[in-house]
Design a binder for this molecule. Sequence first.
Ligand code: G
Ligand code: MN
Length: 278
Amino acid sequence: MESHDLATLLHGSVSPSALARVPAGMVSGVTADDLWAALAEGDLEVHYQPIVRLIGTSGDEEHPVIGAEALLRWRHPVLGLVGPEEFLIAFENDAELIRAIEVHVLLVATQAAAHAGIEVAVNLSPIRFDEGDELILSVSRALDGTSLHPPDLTLEITERELPRDMASAAKAVEQLQLLGVQVVSDDFGTGYSSVYVENLALDGIKLDGVFVRAAAESQQSREAVEEVVDRAHKLALTVVAEGVESRRQSVVARAIGCDYAQGYFYGRPGPSIPARGA
Ligand code: G
Ligand code: MN
């Protein structure tokens, strides 16, 4: 089975304009020093958005929380809370800064999740997968520092960018899985889906919200997205539906076989980690 069919099918399910993301406005004048200072002063906070289980639930009213995605937020002295898309993009190639911020999020999130008794997903940028041992070390240190079970930690890697070297990224994914953690492709369908699925032995995909919303809007899109979910399952990938904003989208995500879901409908990101649901 050709995994690039996944991307082709998905792209056919939405209009090209739906995929063209409008870049978020950057907070102007931010320097790397500002971010190092924010990190040192505790102004880089970790917020959490619940992830719910859809499989094995008895109806569309039941959305047990099984985990959370850790999301970085900068508590800016003037602007208030700002998301990473508004301040981090300009520093995408500053590997040292990105590493320091991501290690901070990883440490805070794993401790919070161990305490709350839930699973947690942490975002890693593709450049971290070029570091080799450095990444593996920071993940194993984070695990050593808590009672979190490794399978309860998921690392999300966005497929919007490519790691510089796919072969070493593939090796990093294998080493992470040897630690027992899971690795999933984030924003699935919006980037290099086929490259990711073909080169990395992923545990799952997070289907971008644009497809979940399209599936709830037209029968044709729904069939295409359902086919992608079926094929992902055949590749032994779990599927998280992202960006679920309404009851209707939630019902559709469950009906087409998504295993888990996340989005404003179940809960917005917030400063406290959610408790495990019934
Ligand atoms: O790329 P990634 O999936 O990691 O992005 C997560 C971002 O998506 C967060 O900043 C979060 O605030 C946002 N988000 C979470 N749920 C929803 C949703 O239901 N709708 C929209 N539009 N954005 C969401
Ligand atoms: Mn993510």
